[in-house]
Design a protein around this ligand. Structure first.
Ligand SMILES: [Zn+2]
Length: 272
């Protein structure tokens, strides 16, 4: 408790310079938002994240939630989650790629609290499309360079450009192994204003312009396995996941409800 009070005072005093104060359990939820999104969140005070425009968002609504139930409950909307809830599962950044024998636990990143994401990227019904920019992606289709639309908010477009450059700089042998994963596949798919598939009240990362599907036809997605017994499947190699994670994107292959083609800009989940 005393530690929390001290941390809060330090945060109040130093504003966004929270990365300088790591503690044993890693950064707190508030510190993660302040560090990951300095354009939007400037302080943590009285249990609230204070925004650059003066709003205060309660970090933890103290409502007990059963998170397994929250993923199973397709009617629950983004409004039912507070900012703290986004961290209900630890994201395994840098950890070995999950396998059929060792599938991921939980779905870190599938909780997108409305108060945070609508504030930064725009609420449903607003013109989020105006913030999108087409970024050059790897490879070509029909003799033309491939592009993908993502948001310029939080520098997501620039982060994705860094990803594309790093993939293009890979040695030939690694590039060859990406046929059917990144090259010679349908896509990529970025901005698309739609709810999460099967969750009509949740906004997709694609609708915020923060998500990219690197593959539209040869990847693995739990939604196409609904009538079979659960079996984790993936064809995306670890070195691609590393490149995305290094640049602020989480991977849907680290979700128990896996979506192995899906990457999403969520730097708050990658901070330790
Ligand atoms: Zn996706």
């Amino acid at each position: 408790m005393l530690y929390k009070i001290i941390t809060t005072l330090v945060l109040l005093f130093f504003g966004v310079c929270t990365a300088a104060f790591p503690h044993d359990e890693g950064l707190s939820a508030a510190e993660r938002y302040l560090t990951a999104y300095p354009d939007f969140f400037v302080a943590y005070e009285d249990g609230c994240l204070r925004t650059v425009t003066g709003e205060k968002f309660v970090l933890d609504d103290l409502i007990d939630k059963n998170y397994d139930r929250m993923i199973v409950d397709t009617a629950a909307g983004d409004e039912s989650f507070d900012p703290q809830d986004a961290f209900c599962w630890e994201y395994g950044s840098g950890e070995p790629i999950p396998t059929e024998e060792n599938p991921p636990i939980g779905d870190p990143g599938r909780i997108r609290p409305a108060v945070i994401f609508n504030y930064m990227y725009g609420a449903p019904g607003t013109d989020r499309g105006k913030d999108m920019r087409k970024v050059r992606w790897v490879g070509s289709a029909g003799g033309k360079p491939r592009t993908v639309a993502v948001t310029t908010v939080n520098g997501v477009d620039k982060a994705l450009e860094r990803v594309a450059r790093e993939i293009m700089d890979l040695p030939d042998e690694k590039m060859q192994s990406l046929k059917g994963v990144v090259f010679d596949v349908a896509g990529p798919y970025g901005y698309f204003d739609r709810p999460v598939r099967d969750y009509p009240n949740r906004t997709s990362g694609h609708a915020y312009g923060i998500a990219v599907d690197i593959n539209g036809n040869l990847s693995y997605f739990i939604g196409s396995q609904r009538d079979e017994p659960y079996c984790y499947r993936n064809n995306v190699p670890g070195f691609i996941v590393d490149i995305f994670e290094k640049n602020g994107f989480i991977w849907g292959g680290r979700w128990n409800s896996y979506d192995a083609m899906h990457f999403e800009y969520r730097p708050e989940l990658l901070l330790k």
